[in-house]
Ligand binder design. Structure first.
Ligand code: HXC
Ligand code: NAP
Length: 291
């Protein structure tokens, strides 16, 4: 495979943007984490992907070997502070981590009244505790070196709420608060902390847990003003931008990348076919001007 085939998320930044930097991406072997890892590696970073299952890392490690990227894999359960500390100490001894991407997550649809205490803890443990443990242990090295970037992954229901995901929404709201808090607390150490809030995009984990039944994905897409799901690559492009010097004055920000889904549309809505009408220069069907 030629390195001239650019991972889509990496197209918008100059080659070598992350040269000399070490990135740790939790959940970096699948979905969004994979696209962020590919982009970082292509743009010159040494990338360490860390999650529970090394099988999830195998394809990226193999791609990295073929393309001459620097990619390593580590087993890590972000819910375990001792595991996170051990990995942080190991990587610190090798020079430390410059870019931390807290991407790992767990999620599933479950009515709040049926959610067991263990199920609540499983999601809170990965999303909220895991993001804190990684930020705390890898952040210490960044503080000592006086530089670093942390990029968290939340979801727009952190502030809108969403039925069926009280665990994830509560955890992501906590991560958003953590993003803003650490952005202020650690700016004096040369560390920026930002977040992205993707709208729905296809990944195996999300498809299995959030739109498991036939027709659900299509029904969600109908509600999106841009009328389609985003892609993991489109989300990853924003993550790379926020980690890059192109966003050097952005701190404590959360970029929404959701095709407009989280914006209010509760009065008039274009009917189906409105986009086609607009292209033809006609007023959308159902709008006052079309009658
Ligand atoms: C109800 C469930 C459940 C479900 C698990 N549990 N799945 N309860 N409905 N579908 C309960 C179990 O019964 C158990 O409680 C408790 O949760 C822990 O389950 P385990 O299987 O032991 O947990 P674990 O092996 O740690 O797995 C973690 C997980 C799993 C979160 C449950 O789904 C996972 O590994 N997910 C990773 C991938 C993922 O979810 N990706 C989606 C990301 S998308 P009891 O009481 O029975 O013992 C995303 C945002 C999407 O985050 C936003 C869209 C807009
Ligand atoms: P995904 O592919 O299922 O990614 C989840 C990753 O988290 C997996 O690689 C998984 O790897 C890892 N992980 C889970 N538990 C872990 C643990 N305890 N320790 C370490 N790693 C763990 O899903 P995705 O859709 O790409 O999600 C990526 C991020 O985007 C998440 O933060 C998610 O909340 C967010 N997001 C997704 C959507 C969407 O529509 N897909 C929308 C908004 C936000 P292992 O199984 O190997 O541990």
């Amino acid at each position: 495979m030629k390195d001239s085939i650019i991972p889509p998320a990496a197209r918008w930044l100059p080659h070598g943007t992350f040269s000399g930097q070490v990135a740790l991406v939790t959940g970096g072997g699948t979905g969004l984490g994979l696209e962020i890892s590919r982009g970082l590696a292509h743009l010159g970073a040494r990338v360490i992907v860390a999650s529970r299952s090394v099988e999830h890392h195998a394809a990226l490690v193999a791609e990295g070997r073929e393309r001459g990227w620097s990619v390593d894999s580590r087993v890590l359960d972000v819910r375990e502070p001792t595991h996170v500390e051990r990995l942080a100490l190991e990587l610190e001894a090798q020079g430390g981590v410059d870019l931390l991407v807290n991407n790992a997550a767990g999620n599933f649809l479950c009515p709040a009244e049926r959610l067991s205490a263990r199920a609540w803890r499983a999601v809170l443990g990965i999303v909220l505790d895991g993001t804190f443990y990684c930020s705390r242990y890898f952040g210490r090295g960044m503080i000592e070196r006086g530089r670093g970037q942390i990029l968290n992954v939340v979801a727009t229901y952190a502030w809108t709420g969403m039925a069926g995901v009280v665990h994830s929404a509560s955890a992501k709201a906590g991560v958003l608060a953590m993003t803003r808090t650490l952005a202020v607390e650690w700016a004096r150490h040369g560390i920026r902390v930002n977040a992205i809030a993707p709208g729905p995009f296809e990944s195996e984990g999300a498809a299995n847990n959030l739109w498991p039944e036939a027709g659900m994905k299509e029904r969600i897409a109908e509600q999106i003003p841009l009328a389609r799901f985003g892609s993991a690559e489109e989300m990853a492009a924003h993550a790379l931008y926020l980690l890059s010097p192109a966003s050097s004055y952005v701190n404590g920000e959360c970029f929404v990348v959701d095709g407009g889904l989280s914006l209010g549309r509760n009065m008039w809505q274009p009917a189906n076919g409105a986009r086609a009408d607009a292209r033809r220069g006609r007023a959308p069907r159902g709008s006052p001007r079309s009658r």
